[in-house]
Unconditional design. Structure first.
Length: 91
């Protein structure tokens, strides 16, 4: 099976994780601004996953791989295929 290597998968995972404390702090100050920021931050991974719709359903795999502990040959990887795609949309 063919595969597409991209760094967008890690962006879709780590942007909400990094911005979650900011959303919490903003929500304590202004509920309306916090709600708006939450929607914007949630839309980022959704847009990235939707970007791969045609790629996934044409039979390709989207993946990303980084060396984690090279001494032991361990790698950190993210994979998006037709099985995991609906779950990525749900989350």
């Amino acid at each position: 099976m063919d595969a597409v290597n991209t760094s967008l998968l890690s962006i879709s995972i780590f942007v909400p994780l990094i911005l979650a404390p900011l959303i919490y702090l903003v929500t304590n100050s202004s509920k309306k601004l916090g709600d708006t920021l939450s929607i914007v931050v949630s839309a980022i991974p959704f847009a990235i996953v939707m970007y791969f719709f045609n790629t996934i359903y044409s039979g390709l795999i989207v993946y990303e791989e980084y060396p984690w502990i090279p001494v032991f040959g361990l790698k950190l990887g993210f994979l998006l295929d037709s099985t995991s795609y609906p779950f990525a949309l749900l989350i």
